[in-house]
Design a protein around this ligand. Structure first.
Ligand SMILES: [Fe+2]
Length: 467
């Protein structure tokens, strides 16, 4: 018997746990799925199966990974959703209760699972070399069958991924290789970063190790045509602090932001660190080489939302507002930040064919209303033109909650294609998958595919073409 969930903003409304697995063979479609748009839209996100220990506090990054797969074929749409069968999920399902502390905090682990690794597999879903990888930055990828969503198990790429693996790998358009890293790679709170390259066929090509200046919680990294950049930003992991009953990951105000720059494919010997004032981002839109400078476009803020200070206090919401910013790391060790657009936004995506290159458009979720958690409450999607500064935007209206927009190419030029994103209408308690022309966002969706039930708030999405 599972117990009731506690009162928590990430366990109600948009985030109320759903807890069911469904198969819907033929969904209702308003409008028409564009000709040639054939493949599967995947979404990962937290759907906690059990409430945490009564003295522990739930966090939105902590729920069990639930994968939604919405398949488009022959003008029709079907969907299925499945939990990722991590060892954590299976053990807790068998026990009928939560066994792990939030974030695997050992203070609240049941003795039967300590010190077993904590894996929720809840953050991103990434197709590579015929596999579908459920990603969570504390563990190796969990491989799933791309059609049935059945869990296959850990994918360690011939034991080269020996621990944490980012939820934000990058596929290099030059050769289809996947570049990735893991932080806290020699144990929680360690400064070790492991850098992996896996080729387009899924074979390990390269592994290197570097150390960051302090044990930052490094959510994303940059890959340009020539460089890798590791952003060490002031959210710091401390197991010592966690064992004192304080936050394991906390914003440390006296830390600088430091960027580790090295050559793509490097063994780490050439890494140089560029230091600047504290700044923050969860997500990079794109990055590219500009002469000898490196440009990184981010959903940036002054400090991290959802992460307390070391004393447990939460940040001023004005400081955690994300806007599209351009960070420039000069070849001479300088750092400059400028604002591209003032929309309150999150989850920037691009046409992945221009990953690592100079590009024209970023696709984002945005809103004109205050977003409490900075991950939700977005009522619009937008294409931001980086040169002109123009914003092509569509609002799904009062009460709408938009998920990350994924770009699917439909032609040969950058930005020619479709944006796919989930939307929950909180007034009607209905969810749809919206399909919008990426070159004419303000016209609104050309198709709205109705989900059979509410899809709770989640994180990242990806598209896998049928071809
Ligand atoms: Fe993310």
């Amino acid at each position: 018997m599972s117990l009731p969930f506690p009162d928590n903003p990430y366990l109600k409304g948009y985030y109320r746990p759903f807890g069911a697995e469904m198969d819907a063979p033929d969904l209702v479609i308003e409008g028409k799925i564009p000709e040639g748009l054939e493949g599967t839209f995947y979404r990962n996100g937290p759907d906690p199966a059990h409430p945490p220990h009564p003295d522990d506090r739930y966090h939105v990054f902590d729920g069990d990974g639930m994968i939604y797969a919405i398949k488009l074929a022959g003008g029709r749409a079907s969907m299925k959703n499945r939990y990722v069968r991590t060892r954590k999920y299976e053990l807790e399902r068998a026990a009928g209760r939560r066994l792990f502390g939030v974030f695997g905090n050992p203070r609240f682990n049941d003795p039967s699972v300590s010190p077993m690794e904590y894996n929720t597999a809840n953050t991103h879903i990434w197709p590579h070399a015929g596999q579908l990888l459920a990603l969570m930055e504390g563990c190796p990828p969990t491989a799933l069958d791309p059609d049935t969503l059945e869990t296959v198990g850990y994918e360690t790429f011939e034991n080269t991924v020996t621990g944490p693996f980012t939820a934000h790998p990058k596929t290099d358009p030059a050769d289809g290789a996947m570049h990735a890293f893991g932080y806290s790679a020699k144990g929680p709170g360690s400064t070790a970063i492991r850098y992996n390259i896996v080729d387009a066929q899924g074979r390990p090509r390269h592994t290197a190790w570097v150390d960051q200046p302090y044990a930052s919680m490094m959510h994303d990294f940059a890959l340009t045509q020539r460089h890798i950049v590791f952003p060490c930003l002031p959210v710091v992991i401390s197991m010592e602090r966690a064992m004192q009953g304080k936050p394991m990951a906390a914003w440390e105000t006296d830390r600088p932001s430091v960027f580790g720059v090295m050559a793509k494919g490097s063994d780490g010997a050439d890494i140089r660190w560029v230091e600047t004032d504290p700044t923050f981002m969860f997500h990079i839109a794109n990055s590219f080489d500009d002469g000898d400078d490196i440009v990184i476009d981010v959903a940036g803020s002054k400090r991290a939302p959802l992460m307390p200070a070391a004393d447990g206090s939460l940040p001023d919401p004005q400081q955690t507002r994300f806007t599209l910013k351009r960070w420039r790391i000069g070849h001479n060790g300088t750092f400059r930040e400028e604002q591209i657009d003032d929309l309150d936004l999150q989850f920037p995506r691009i046409d992945d064919r221009v990953q690592g290159s100079r590009y024209a458009r970023a696709f984002v979720n945005g809103t004109a209303r205050p977003t409490a958690g900075r991950l939700d409450g977005f009522d619009s999607i937008a294409a931001i033109h980086l040169e002109s500064g123009n914003r092509d935007e569509f609002s799904f209206g009062d009460g709408a909650y938009c998920g990350e927009p994924v770009f699917v190419p439909a032609g040969t030029s950058e930005g020619e294609g479709w944006l796919l994103n989930l939307v929950w209408d909180s007034h009607a308690n209905e969810s749809i998958l919206a399909i919008t022309d990426a070159r004419n966002v303000s016209a609104g969706p050309v198709a709205r595919i109705r989900m059979p039930a509410r899809v709770p708030g989640g994180f990242h999405c990806h598209w896998r073409s049928a071809a």
